[in-house]
Design a binder for this molecule. Structure first.
Ligand SMILES: Nc1nc2c(ncn2[C@@H]2O[C@H](COP(=O)(O)O)[C@@H](O)[C@H]2O)c(=O)[nH]1
Length: 245
C-alpha cells in the first residue's frame, strides 16, 4: 500500500512525524509537507512564484508552499507511482464544522481527492499534542481498516480527542457542525505606529447538536465525516428563476 502523507503544520511538526511512524510499519510512505506552518491556508495554490522541493535527513520532502502545493507537486512531480491513499495530519487542533473550509489539513486531503485518490484528514481536538500516540494509533487503525463501504475516491475528515487510547469510547460517523462567524480581528500598532491586525479566534459553536463532530468528540468518540467538494446549493438552484433577464 502506497501512502502520500502531508499536513499544514509543516514537515517538522510532531503530528506528521507520529503519523509517518505509525504508517511506515505497514505501508510504503512518501512525506511531502510545507516548510513551515500553513494553518488556515485552505486550498490555496502558490501562483505568483516558483516552488522548491528539499529533502530532510529523515527522508521527508518539504516545500516552500501550501498544503495543496505539496500534494500537487507530490502527485505530478515527485512520486513515480500513484499512491493508493492520501493522509493529511495529524493536525494540532480540531477541524470541525466550518473549520474545514479554512483548514490546510483538509485541503491537503482534498487536493488528493481531486486527483481521484481516496484521502483522509486527521486532526487532534485540542492543541498541544497531548496523547499524540493515541491519534497516530487511531489513524493507523482507520487506514488499515479502510472504507470498503464507500465509493472510491472518498474524502474523510477525522477528529480525535486528546485522550489515552483506553478512554476513546469508539468511532462514530458525524455530520459537520457549525460555528458562529469568527471573532473580530485584534487591532494593534507596529513600532512605526501603523495599524496592524491579528485574525481573531474562531467563532463559538453554533450547531454542536447530536450527531455533529463537535458532539461525538465531546463524548470521547472519534468523529469521521465524509466530505464533498461540489458547492452547488441545489435547493437554491431550484429556486432560481429559470431565465434570469
Ligand atoms: N478564526 C480563527 N480560526 C482558527 C484559529 N485557529 C484555528 N482556526 C480554525 O481552525 C482551523 C485549523 O485548521 P488547520 O488545518 O488549517 O490548522 C483553521 O483553518 C481555522 O478554521 C484562530 O485563531 N482564529
Amino acid at each position: 500500500m502506497k501512502i502520500l502523507i502531508s499536513n499544514d503544520d509543516g514537515y517538522l511538526a510532531p503530528g506528521i512525524v507520529a503519523l509517518a511512524e505509525a504508517l511506515v510499519s505497514f505501508a510504503e510512505i512518501t512525506v511531502v509537507a510545507p516548510d513551515s506552518n500553513r494553518s488556515g491556508t485552505s486550498n490555496a495554490l502558490t501562483l505568483d512564484r516558483p516552488l522548491s522541493v528539499q529533502r530532510a535527513a529523515n527522508g521527508f520532502y518539504f516545500v516552500n508552499g501550501t498544503p495543496s502545493d505539496c500534494v500537487h507537486i507530490a502527485l505530478t512531480a515527485i512520486m513515480t507511482e500513484r499512491p493508493d491513499l492520501i493522509v493529511s495530519g495529524v493536525n494540532q487542533g480540531q477541524n470541525m464544522g466550518d473549520d474545514t473550509l479554512y483548514s490546510g489539513t483538509v485541503a491537503a486531503a482534498t487536493e488528493g481527492y481531486l486527483f481521484g485518490i481516496p484521502a483522509i484528514a486527521f486532526s487532534q481536538v485540542h492543541k498541544g499534542w497531548q496523547h499524540l500516540d493515541t491519534a497516530a494509533t487511531v489513524a493507523a487503525e482507520l487506514v488499515r481498516r479502510g472504507f470498503p463501504e464507500l465509493p472510491s475516491p472518498y474524502l474523510l475528515n477525522v477528529n480525535i480527542p486528546n485522550l489515552p487510547r483506553t478512554e476513546i469510547k469508539g468511532i462514530r460517523r458525524a455530520r459537520l457542525g457549525k460555528r458562529h462567524s469568527s471573532e473580530p480581528v485584534i487591532p494593534m500598532r507596529d513600532p512605526h505606529g501603523r495599524d496592524i491586525y491579528w485574525i481573531g479566534p474562531p467563532g463559538a459553536v453554533l450547531d454542536g447538536g447530536e450527531g455533529t463532530d463537535f458532539d461525538v468528540t465531546s463524548r470521547n468518540y472519534v468523529s469521521v465525516t465524509p466530505l464533498q467538494v461540489d458547492l452547488t446549493n441545489t435547493r437554491q438552484l431550484d429556486m432560481l428563476a429559470m431565465n434570469i433577464q
